[in-house]
Design a protein. Sequence first.
Length: 83
Amino acid sequence: MPEHVSIYQLTGMAVLTLATVVWAIGLTRVLRRSREAPLWRTSAVLPALPYQRQTGPELESVQLTPAEHDAFAGLVRQLSDGR
């Protein structure tokens, strides 16, 4: 034991080394376990969530009168003036 190192410093270093070894062992176990588990479990359905549709809603369109078409074109011109 070196003369300039106190017993508290040696004890602290031993505790930190032990904690590092325990942490490394725990990390390797967790990584091995996660490698064995499947990434996506398709069979597990969450019962609290409602069923999701596979398609989107129907598209809607409205026919504009010529006056509405001109008013919309004027609005677009007015808003794009600053660009």
